[in-house]
Design a protein around this ligand. Structure first.
Ligand SMILES: Cc1cc2nc3c(=O)[nH]c(=O)nc-3n(C[C@H](O)[C@H](O)[C@H](O)COP(=O)(O)O)c2cc1C
Ligand code: SF4
Length: 448
């Protein structure tokens, strides 16, 4: 199956062309090169449009746009920027989170391949608004082609006077460094990322203090996702109102979604927030087979069953109402042919492998769940195992340093609760499914 990035033209929704805020150059040959990107409007904001505004004015524009972080949590970007203390005598750092390790998520790597200049332009604007002199792009270690594209684009930008001293003849100067991680999922968590950037082990820090107050090198640091920063040039050019022509009141704008699973045209697509999941599936060529459920926002997001998927829309509020989340925007619909326990087994294996090991409930709990699911799928499960798996996941859901553990618990809890009969069917295959403990209880009536 060929992976598509962007809908075959023309793609419309409700009689209107779909937005091209982030994906404008995705289908343009050579769009990652400065000369081609400039022909399509790249860096038009780097001049009076930017430098005639004050830092506070820019932060207000981003606040008014309602832009929310696209890394997973959906935190309002302008508000995060406004937390940065001013005049502390310390530098302010901007760190772009390009770690992208959530299973099913593959949008940021496409952005860096097809349009690295939009990210650089967004970083210049954001850096100016925040008073940043040095910025980093922290890229997942395996993404070698993307690292190459970024370094090429950064060099082009330096050569064109768009980076370095006195950008575009202004008083503003910015240096950007690409930092290569070593491919650990936990290094996408912002404080683990900062530890790794500083050369320490990539393990999360306790919060507070939040990075905006004390982050990289103990200085105020804004960590933002690649896609978040790529929306900034459009917001500056078209204003908060222009951005708000898309999306809903509380989830304005557009978003990139990476869709895989039982869908006819998997790939990365930009759509306005607020579209229904079913409309989105139609735009992506339709589902393969009959819908059984959908992971709506990356592997950490609680699964939706078919009925919920048919009602849900692509925005933060709708998913919250279903006790799930839009997360990183990775959508994985699956059909009635799916082996649900094996599906969950592969997700649980990932989390057990990626736990950083600092917190006992997360380190031990994810491993236990992984081994118990292996037993179930291997036909060696026992009656009572599903409840034990749920108990275990609940034990690490809210008892740890970082949000990895709840993100590891939610797929386990939602899959076992919504598709319990699929797990029980595996257990029923075990001729010795009655647990020795239950045998003792049945035989003697004793409490064991
Ligand atoms: C376990 C874990 C992994 C994460 N991985 C990523 C990631 O790969 N990319 C990302 O942008 N944010 C990731 N995040 C979220 C970041 O901690 C942070 O919230 C985000 O980079 C902030 O950017 P935003 O406000 O633009 O979304 C992760 C969070 C957790 C708990
Ligand atoms: S919750 Fe898990 S990943 Fe996060 S700090 Fe604790 S052990 Fe590490």
């Amino acid at each position: 199956m060929t992976m598509l990035h962007g809908f075959p033209q023309p793609a419309q929704w409700k009689g209107k062309d779909l937005p091209r805020i982030l994906s404008r150059l995705f289908q343009v040959e050579g769009g990652n090169k400065l000369d081609v990107a400039r022909k399509h409007g790249a860096y038009e904001t780097i001049g009076p449009m930017l430098f005639d505004k004050s830092q506070l004015e820019l932060i207000e524009i981003v606040k008014d746009s309602g832009l929310r972080g696209r890394g997973g949590a959906g935190f309002p970007t302008g508000m995060k920027w406004s937390f940065v203390p001013r005049n502390t005598g310390k530098p302010v750092y901007l760190v772009i989170n390009a770690d992208e390790g959530e299973p099913g998520t593959f949008k940021d790597r496409l952005c860096m391949t097809r349009d690295p200049h939009l990210l650089i332009e967004g970083m210049i604007i954001s850096g100016y608004a925040l008073g940043v002199r040095t910025a980093y792009i922290y890229v997942r270690g395996e993404m070698l082609p993307q690292i190459g594209h970024l370094n090429d684009a950064i060099k082009e930008a330096y050569d064109a006077g768009l980076l370095g001293e006195n950008i575009g003849g202004s008083q503003y100067s910015l240096d950007i460094y690409v930092h290569r991680g070593a491919g650990a999922y936990i290094c996408g968590e912002e404080t683990a990322l900062i530890n790794s950037l500083e050369g320490f082990k990539g393990q999360p820090r306790l919060k507070p203090p939040f990075p905006a107050v004390s982050g990289a090198f103990a200085a105020p640091t804004v960590v933002n996702n690649v896609e978040t920063i790529m929306a900034i040039p459009y917001i500056l050019k078209h204003g908060a109102k222009g951005y708000r022509q898309w999306g809903t009141d509380k989830s304005p704008g557009s978003k990139l979604f990476s869709i895989s699973g039982d869908i006819k045209m998997p790939g990365v697509y930009e759509v306005p927030l607020g579209m229904s999941y079913m409309e989105f599936f139609d735009l992506c060529g339709g589902l393969k087979g009959e819908l059984l459920g959908c992971i709506p926002g990356g592997s950490s997001a609680p699964v939706l069953n078919a009925e919920e998927t048919k009602k849900a829309t692509l925005d933060y509020e709708s998913l919250a109402a279903f006790k799930s989340m839009l997360g990183s925007g990775a959508i994985t619909p699956f059909n009635t042919e799916t082996d649900v326990p094996k599906f969950l087994q592969s997700i649980a294996r990932f989390y057990a492998h990626e736990s950083c090991g600092q917190c006992t409930p997360c380190r031990e709990g994810t491993g236990y769940v992984d081994r118990m699911l292996d037993n179930v799928v291997d036909g060696q499960g026992h009656d009572g195992d599903i409840d034990t798996i749920i108990d275990l996941a609940e034990s690490y859901e809210w008892t740890t340093i970082c949000a990895f553990a709840p993100g590891a618990a939610w797929p386990v809890l939602s899959f076992t609760k919504k598709y319990r009969e699929h797990f029980q069917a595996y257990i029923d295959k075990n001729p010795q499914k009655t647990h020795p403990r239950d045998l003792v209880t049945q035989r003697s009536g004793a409490f064991w």
